[in-house]
Write a protein that binds this ligand. Sequence first.
Ligand code: ATP
Ligand code: MG
Ligand code: MG
Length: 563
Amino acid sequence: TEEGRTNFIRTIIDADLDAGKHQEIVTRFPPEPNGYLHIGHSKSILLNFGIARDYAARGIPARCHLRFDDTNPVAEDIEYVESIKEDVAWLGGEWGEHIYFASDYFEQMYNIAVDLIREGRAYVDSLSLEEIREYRGSLSEPGKPSPYRDRSVEENLDLFARMRAGEFKDGEHVLRAKIDLANPNMLMRDPLLYRIRHATHHRTGDDWCIYPMYDFAHALEDAFEHVTHSLCSLEFENNRELYDWMVENSDVPSRPHQYEFARLNINYTVMSKRKLRQLVEKDLVHGWDDPRLPTIAGLRRRGVPPSAIHSFIDMVGVARANSTVDVQMLEYAIRDDLNMKAPRVMSVLDPLKVVLTNYPEAEDGEAAVEWLDADYFPRDVPMDGSRKVPFSRELYIDRADFMENPPKSFWRLAPGREVRLRYGYFITCDEVIKNEAGEVVELRCSYDPETRGGEAPDGRNPKGTIHWVSASHSREAEVRIYDRLFSVEFPEADPERDFLEFVNPESLRIIKNARVEPSVVDDPADTRYQFEREGYFWQDPKDSSTEKLVFNRIAALRDTWAK
Ligand code: ATP
Ligand code: MG
Ligand code: MG
């Protein structure tokens, strides 16, 4: 839980409350609907919605808005709006009736721009974007004024109205704030407020052909909504001066403040919607919810529970220094979460047939079967429950659990050696059957009927215990094993190379003929399991059905990456 949690932002809020600065606390999560959210966004979501929930729980009026920063019609789409709502809700963000769209404020924003022109604080510039950049100067050199900087208020009002009316083409004019061309903060050197974009907007259609720029729009949106603490990532630190200028120079109903925190970065992946979109559009992954992606939709489909993301974000914490978090921390959080709740079942990913020659033969075509008791949880997990597992004459074990010429340290099955079958009996390998190519296709073994349940009356105690399924009772399943999407730690590090070159060609391995114990078909389809000795799995929510089981590996049992 987030009770009692603290960070430098909560310290600021507490101080503001103590000083009587606010009667209510309002935060917001302001995504641009230009792609699917990724795990980086979950830091901002849990921070903003977490603050609102915790202060409300303490009796202080508090809320968090979900606001779509939809000011750029070219990249945005309703599909993204819908996916963002689903992802925020899945992570536990509760916005109630507080869902807003920047595009709903276009008229108000326009009026504020007109006010700025009237007050001599904004002007229409007719330089091209390249010229504006040149005129702006550099850190060592002040900017020089555009020849259009001193247009009269009347001329500016007329041009801006005609920009809105659609009389000009894209790029012919822009609206700029008139601030300070020598300011050491480049963003203060007459920033752009509006540009012309003849494009259809997913909500306002063709009502507008001028669109507000981020710094102008964002500060106003916060102020319109009475946001008190506007939290954004560190790269917006320099924008804060402009944010304050906007709020101070506009007739807005409240005075929000911006605070910056470190962006979440994780190694072995990329985390920007633009780059994720390239992976999707170039078919390097199968859609935005591909389980290899760091998108919320991908993590959800993979089977990661929201609680694991919560604890990961808790571990990362909220600080003001940028850093890259090791993906192993995320994997740890997922395993740690699942370990405490995932029932253990048996699945054989690479089946090798075992025939127990001294076990009763089938009678009347029906395999003799015993139903063994098998606990769902190990003793160190405080959860109860068990199921019955069928044991019969023909079993499958994993090919990796047998070696024909094993080294001494191999404790699993080998010719002449005995192992314990989990929940079952001890078996000894008597004979190895091979095909013409010399591959092992079957093991002939004998079982010791005295060892049912895993103990021998004479105290024999084989070192190896392996998992297995009954050949005729188990179900076939496709199993998808995911590895890291990139084979290098920092795929974006080399400016000379395209990050797409580093996609790990083995990031998805599909096993077509795995076998799973039959109990799983009686469970809810969204059950997350530990397949004993294999990892954590659940049924792919899109592709799996009782007729054709498809399991995603959510996480390996421990880090198999380095081996
Ligand atoms: P991207 O480049 O991935 O599109 P963005 O910052 O442009 O990210 P927005 O939709 O504008 O995406 O982000 C909404 C909110 O989420 C912003 O307040 C932003 O600061 C925050 N956010 C985005 N990425 C991260 C991250 N990696 N870590 C923490 N917060 C993030
Ligand atoms: Mg953005
Ligand atoms: Mg972006």
